[in-house]
Design a protein around this ligand. Structure first.
Ligand SMILES: NC(=O)c1ccc[n+]([C@@H]2O[C@H](COP(=O)([O-])OP(=O)(O)OC[C@H]3O[C@@H](n4cnc5c(N)ncnc54)[C@H](OP(=O)(O)O)[C@@H]3O)[C@@H](O)[C@H]2O)c1
Length: 327
């Protein structure tokens, strides 16, 4: 019987149990995929704790790569035997094999290994929509400054490289000098150690007092106020995560005196709502990876059965780059 990681109740890493689960044939619009690797993402933590609630029991995991075993009625873009990868709802990639909607599954180019595919889909598609589709009213031009928090993480290291390829000056933040070095080695123009440095003062100094056009903020509660103060007039606050906890409610009135700022809260799943959009964004991601402009760095690998260890490391900020789980 195939194995998977399930939770029966929301809570800590100890809630994740290795279980045996029967996997049937795909229905209309579905495929069955056998995973070679699956990706670890911070959203898995939000789903495990119940910050993002789902019906229970729940098999976790939003990202994977493997081989298509069977396709259901109406699935024309995939065939049995295809190498494939995805970032997709509903959760379930922490498994040896699963049946899932085909909509967000794409063929994985031959030049990209399975573990790389599993490490890059959710994080890489996120960077694609952030840098290319989440832009300030005044647009983004080569040479412009943006601020990107948690720059040495999975999403962060992809963003550093892709921003550089687009000609943007990405100012990263990270916890500690070693993480800052990593962000700089991957294309960040500057990196601020936000555990010790004054982020607003550093951003103002780097940008000649003006501030940045966009802040990409996935840290949430701990960075929100400082992020707003780093923006130039008409700048865009792009919130896309809550690694330190959710941002508390705020009064829109504060945005006026800070420079008529714009605020958005983005999620990948709006951007990949259709198969066509998913394919277009994936093609864009595959192109930058195959060209070598963006290298996918896998710094941690764990057997799927040791997923609790992986979650503890991610939550304790002990990881850098991407992490994969191996069934
Ligand atoms: N909305 C979307 O579409 C979307 C899609 C993908 C990812 N995300 C978000 O993007 C972020 C990055 O995701 P990822 O999977 O690549 O994770 P990650 O960046 O590899 O790991 C999270 C990082 O956040 C930083 N952090 C700051 N405060 C933290 C705290 N209190 N606890 C734990 N970490 C803290 C840590 O880096 P430092 O030590 O350097 O501070 C940590 O390494 C997450 O918030 C995730 O939810 C959003």
């Amino acid at each position: 019987m195939p194995k998977a990681i399930q939770i029966a109740a929301f809570g800590g890493p100890e809630q994740m149990q290795l279980v045996e689960m029967p996997v049937g044939a795909p229905g209309p619009g579905e495929i069955r995929i056998r995973h070679h690797a699956c990706g670890l993402n911070f959203i898995d933590v939000y789903q495990r704790t119940g910050l993002y609630p789902s019906p229970l029991p729940l098999t976790l995991g939003m990202e994977g790569a493997g081989v298509v075993e069977a396709v259901g009625e109406g699935v024309a873009h995939l065939a049995p035997g295809d190498r494939a990868a995805y970032a997709s709802m509903p959760p379930g990639s922490y498994s040896e094999v699963r049946v899932m909607p085909a909509k967000n599954v794409v063929r994985l180019p031959e030049g990209i290994a399975f573990d790389t595919g599993a490490a890059m889909m959710l994080k890489g598609l996120t960077v694609e929509y952030l840098l290319k589709r989440t832009r300030p009213a005044e647009g983004l031009e080569p040479g412009d400054f943006v601020l990107f928090h948690a720059a040495a993480g999975g999403v962060g290291l992809i963003a550093c490289q892709w921003a550089k390829a687009l000609g943007l000056q990405l100012i990263g933040t990270a916890g500690g000098p070693a993480k800052c070095r990593l962000a700089l080695e991957h294309g960040a123009a500057h990196c601020i150690d936000y555990s010790t440095e004054d982020v607003v003062a550093r951003v103002k100094a780097i940008t000649g007092g003006r501030g940045v056009k966009v802040v990409y903020d996935s840290v949430g509660k701990d960075t929100w106020d400082r992020s707003l103060d780093c923006l130039r007039p008409f700048g865009l606050m792009a919130s896309f995560g809550n690694a330190s906890g959710p941002v508390p409610p705020f009064a829109p009135g504060i945005l006026g005196p800070k420079g008529s700022l714009y605020v958005t809260r983005q999620t990948l799943f709006t951007h990949i709502a259709t198969r066509e959009a998913t394919q277009a964004m994936a093609d864009d991601l595959f192109a930058v990876v195959l060209s070598g402009a963006v290298k996918i760095r896998i710094d941690q690998r764990y057997p799927l059965a040791e997923v609790a260890h992986a979650h503890r490391d991610l939550e304790a900020r002990r990881t850098t780059g991407s992490t994969v789980l191996l069934p």
